[in-house]
Write a protein that binds this ligand. Sequence first.
Ligand code: ADP
Ligand code: MG
Length: 323
Amino acid sequence: MKETLLNVKHLTLGVTERDGSVNKAVDDISFEVRKGEILGIVGESGCGKSLTVMTLMGLMKDDVFVMDGQILFGQDDLVRVTPERRRQINGNELSIIYQEPMTSLNPLIKIGRQVGEPLRLHRKDLSDAEIDRMVLELLTEVGIQNPGQIMKSYPHQLSGGMRQRVMIAMASICRPRILVADEPTTALDVTTQAHVLSLLKRVNEEFGTTILFISHDLGVINRICDRVLIMYAGKIVERGRTRDILNHPAHQYTKGLIRSIPTRDQKGKDLICIPGRVPSTMDPREPCPFAPRCGHTMEVCRQTFPECRELAKDHIVYCHMFD
Ligand SMILES: Nc1ncnc2c1ncn2[C@@H]1O[C@H](COP(=O)(O)OP(=O)(O)O)[C@@H](O)[C@H]1O
Ligand SMILES: [Mg+2]
């Protein structure tokens, strides 16, 4: 078994609402990230994917707080690190890219300077000339044709796909142990999306970077991830190797997600959807949050959240049908 790089244990996140009440947006999730893998987290919008990774990065908004749990990373518990230790970790050992690169690129600073910034912060031993040379090299590696010219450009002068390549370069420049990618291709057209996915795959293979890849689209997850966690309304409901999940899905929600992956001959036709709607995490929830949409709901589903069941090696599900 591969070495565990990051271990999330019983993480529960609360969001304080305007009226002062607390909504458990992520509810007792546990998973590990293994060295060298690309691990996917998939689930519909609002299920808690971004809150989970923002907590990992220590970048939660003021109204979000950790109610319980640990995120073990080397000697640190990322839930409890000091601000000083956090500054050493982010951009250096852990880095993140988002759906919209403009949210993390500074519009007023030239690309060359921005991509080199993490090195300037974490590698005081390097000269400016050395940093510029490393930036130029890395921009070439991420598939930018005219890196010298791009270094002198501002973010708005680049296309969405180019900006995402620049973000990947900036996030990789210190060779982090884990790169978190939160819906990195959602805002891109299909062709650019494919280029960015193969670039991330190369970063994984050539730099040996472990990647935590978030998407609402199981089709995208399938193209890049070794393993996947299926999330529904703040809970992990299934976990396994991507091919096992796709070939032998166990949870009714996973089955629905697979049916909703568009296939070639469905182009233009209506997509098959899972009936019902995603519960708002603010609604009172059933112990199994999928119970209202499941179609196989039993009495017990309305009484307790199921225990974890191991169906095969590395394939687990949380569903009372397997009790
Ligand atoms: N800053 C916030 N204030 C209030 N509610 C939030 C905030 N951030 C997230 N939420 C709620 O938490 C839930 C999970 O959000 P999020 O992690 O962004 O979902 P995802 O990334 O899976 O689409 C959502 O139901 C959302 O409404
Ligand atoms: Mg999100």
